[in-house]
Design a binder for this molecule. Sequence first.
Ligand code: GLA
Length: 732
Amino acid sequence: MKNMFLILCSLFLLVGKLSSQLVSIPIVTQNHAIVLQTDQKKRLNMVYFGKSLSNAKEYANVTNEFKFNDDNAGFYPNTYTPSGTWNLYEPAIQLTHADGNKSLELLYSDHSVTMIDANIELTKVVLKDPLYPIKVTLCYKVWKKENLFEQWSEIEHQEKGNIVLQKYASANLYFTNKDFYLTTFQGEYSKEMQPAETLLQQGIRSIDTKLGTRAMLTQTPNFIVSFGKPASENEGTVMIGQLAWSGNFKLDFEVDSYKNLRLIAGINPYASEYSLAPNQIFKTPSLIYSLSNQGTGEASRNLHNWARKYRILDGEGERLTLLNNWEATYFDFNEPKLTALFKDAKNLGVDMFLLDDGWFGNKYPRNGDNAGLGDWQENVKKLPNGLGYLIKEAKKEGIKFGIWIEPEMVNPKSELYEKHLDWVIRQPQRPEVYFRNQLVLDLSNPEVQNFVFGIVDDLFTKNPELAFIKWDCNAVIYNAYSAYLQKKGLPQSHLYVEYIKGLYKVLERIRAKYPKVPMMLCSGGGGRGDYELLKYFTEFWPSDDTEPIERIYMQWDYSYFFPSIATDNHVTDWGRQPLKFRVDVASMGKLGFDIVASRLSPSDKTFAQQAVANYHSFKDIVWHGNQYRLVNPHENNIAALMYVNNEKTKAIVFHYLVNNRQRITATERPIQLNGLDPNKKYSVKETNLYPYTKSTIDSTKIYSGDFLMNVGINPNITLQRTSVILEINEMK
Ligand code: GLA
């Protein structure tokens, strides 16, 4: 973990001394506070969520002002609600003790607060069952400046045998505000990340997945809660959150009989009972959330800043622009075709060529998606001189070389399947069920972990100049059954959890040996992308859908959760928009191409080259600057979005027409910018102009930041001018 360098102070409070009085534990960031407090019975409740108070002592008085107490008939503010005793609502934890008893009580024992550095603080609260030797540690890590919370739980025991955890949530929160609006994001292949906002009514709204791998395909662990009114960009209290777990998850949003909100988030208990040995710690994944009193814009910027600085691999670094051959060739390529594409990459001005699927398999060549997966040797017909030759040829053109792998998967038509059937997740007695003609390898098995690590290690050992990996994952888990767990006498219900832990172990090993090399997370489009995996990956692939109008919506919706440096956008031939529109949209993130550049018309080619050069000049602001969503395409005929550098001296504004109705005379009104300095003077210049077109924007005019943010500027979007990028520069 970055920057965890100094333990400044550590404060331990002993419960013995405090047993007669209530213990109040404020967890505070720059603007927000969550307050935990014991009650007379020593149960720990979440009693406050809101603005931080200037006098911390006053948090102790919060509960006096709430009159919800009803002997547990409907009021459940508990911080980790147990089951089998007094609670009859949805629990955070449910278990069976070694003796078969199913009751659990959790009472406050002690807590500690550790300053990791001036910005980061970790609060750990220990809860214990008075009857059984069970201990749950609730962990709250905050980044004060970013108003960012990361919360997880650690469960352990000293019973005489294993206990069985039926449910083991990461976080259990309670909000006493009124009216909660929840936005969740659902999807399917090539239609990822579609938002839906609802006013929560009494009862439980659950968001969950049981897909095992590629887990975000239909439901995502991302959500926005808006307090009191629907979420808006620049005002109101909002929470933007994500369960950082790459497998099955479940988020329960329960409005109780007092119309308060309980949020319980964690690994999906579905088919996942976990048998925990004495003294072994079960650490749950993290719930990560960013809070703001100024709407989703600020909450996203907080999350982006945090993610870049503390979470995403090389989040503050650089990225490689690229040309990918997937849609240019699919599986049909050979050395001459690829080396010709290297020239295209060079002519475009991108940094790298990315060789996609289809380069491997000999007994069962990978000439389609039905064979070869698992056999990671170069196909000798397509690539007689191997990857080393391609890397050398790319180098001659002055570009880097990256490669696609899908190391967790296998086609039944493969040597791997023939040799290692016991490595494949499948029910031995039942017919196999395929997703894209393939099956998932059993990453709970250490031998499979070695195999997957070996694929990457081998590639880098043989080709030290390999510059990039696209790590794909195209199938879900059907017929969940592990031959390995069976052999080891371990419960099958561990598979979903151990699979993901196995994946993290492999990535841990890869990063120990290859700490820097950029890797793209891909999952048959956007089935993966979470803040646990992004510890190991520099970026992710949001969707195979690169149709630029759809993409505007998708990138907009992903941007609530991820900074642009982490999202890979490729220009392809999807849809009917002109090249300029496609390139402009893909420039709002990490730019790539997946086209046959040599087939572009001369003016398209000139445009593409200029656009790549322009992108290199403004990418720093897109990657490292602050993002402001200006005009929401879900509610308007246009979309507008901008990025401003930290010094507020440079900004780049993207505008698009997203509706083609003839009646539209977009843009009648100016678009108000955001994030500039009201006292600075700026020029506004259109960039990425298509060859032989003139801008209607007067680049000689000077505006104050005040004017640009309050009156705004009209980008003159019309049915003929559907995509406009403006560069804003401070004039001294
Ligand atoms: C998935 C990815 C694509 C491409 C193909 C290759 O669908 O999302 O980008 O890599 O696999 O088979």
